[in-house]
Design a protein around this ligand. Structure first.
Ligand code: SF4
Length: 369
């Protein structure tokens, strides 16, 4: 069974009616429960729950401390190639954008590694545009071989791979996988992914599961909020994470809540996802999945990030560059999307300490063979 079979059982639920019928009292009843089911998740994502955010926040804070303590894992994204063969309407790396592309050599990758290490970061996510031609598994393996002497943890966010390819990367030292479905709504998915292998909805949907089967220690999923009704998209994301958690007990599952950011091109979000909506989405997921990690990137402003920390976040990026070669060479400009929180790692650490949180730069060690 794949998550797709679960997805088809819920995709046509009468979401409008379900959300419209939720009363404030239903939300309070859900808040009294220890274990939530999928209908409870819908209650927490409803418009009525917006009136109960304070109560939701208190419980989310309690559950997060209970399961994770007051610690925050810090990481940085490391873009090594922006070549991409897909045409995605919302992304600067889209194949039809006439930008100069860059793919780092192994020596340039090491320069980036040194620059990130100098910032005090020990966990990185290796990112590429999605192209088997320009960033094949061999290139990824070679990059991992060069990077593992610098870092304690290496994750990847690249084109969806086959199980044996993920397994090869795990063998080399990769311990984490991030794959965003972008949008769970299958029709919108086809509409915004115009050209390229990314149009294969199911191959992407099953990628996190293949990562679990290949032995990834952590798998991070999410929907790019703004493509469809965020309440539905967060519901599907929550069910997907639950499915993986139940089936792969040894893998740590986490969720991100990326919102569409400005980029090259004229695509506008279909749906405006406000800060309040983002808070509700995060709280609902924390209450539904108390053991799931929640990752927060520098897409959000420093003010909002600081506000979200006590509500369930377990991992944050800091001092990120979304440019290929952007740490060692600060003048490079072709970023995947604009970042909002431009604080240094030390400034992020100081903010965490002010809030009573311990910043953690290392809680894993790659076994080098
Ligand atoms: S979202 Fe990913 S696959 Fe789509 S254009 Fe950007 S880098 Fe390529």
């Amino acid at each position: 069974m794949s998550f797709y079979e679960k997805y088809v059982t819920v995709r046509d639920l009468p979401f409008g009616d379900i959300f419209a019928n939720v009363k404030r009292n239903d939300v309070y009843k859900v808040l009294q429960k220890d274990t939530l089911n999928e209908m409870d998740l819908l209650v927490l994502l409803s418009p009525s729950a917006e009136e109960c955010l304070e109560e939701m926040a208190q419980k989310a804070h309690r559950l997060t401390i209970q399961h994770f303590g007051k610690v925050m894992q810090l990481y940085a994204p490391l873009y090594i190639s922006d070549y991409c063969v897909n045409q995605c309407k919302y992304c600067s790396f889209s194949v039809e954008n006439p930008t100069v592309r860059t793919k780092l050599t192994m020596d340039q990758i090491e320069e980036e590694a040194q620059a990130i290490l100098n910032m005090g970061i020990k966990h990185v996510i290796i990112l590429t545009g999605e192209s088997r031609v320009h960033s094949p598994v061999g290139y990824l393996c070679d990059s991992v071989e060069r990077l593992k002497k610098y870092f304690a943890s290496l994750s990847i966010e690249v084109q969806p791979l086959k199980t044996e390819e993920y397994r090869e990367l795990v063998k080399r030292g990769v311990d984490g996988l991030t794959v965003y479905q972008e949008v769970y709504n299958e029709e919108i998915y086809k509409e915004i992914h115009v050209k390229g292998p990314k149009r294969d909805y199911k191959f992407r949907l099953d990628a996190p599961e293949r990562g679990c089967q290949a032995g990834m220690q952590s798998v991070n999923i999410g929907a790019l909020l703004g493509m469809d009704d965020w309440r539905k998209e967060v519901f599907f994301t929550g069910l997907h994470a639950y499915y993986l958690q139940q089936k792969y007990l040894e893998t740590s599952i986490s969720i991100s809540f990326p919102r569409l950011r400005p980029h090259l091109g004229s695509f506008q979000p279909k749906v405006d996802v406000t800060d309040k909506n983002l808070v509700q989405a995060m709280l609902a997921i924390r209450l539904f999945l108390p053991r799931a990690g929640i990752t927060l990137s520098t897409r959000e402003t420093k003010e909002l990030r600081d506000h979200l920390i006590p509500l369930g976040v377990t991992k944050m990026s800091a001092a990120s560059s979304t440019v290929v070669g952007g740490y060692a060479n600060k003048t490079t400009t072709n970023s995947q999307f604009e970042i909002s929180d431009e604080r240094s790692v030390d400034e992020v650490k100081a903010a965490l300490k002010r809030l009573g949180y311990q910043p953690v730069v290392k809680d894993w060690q790659i076994l080098t063979v």
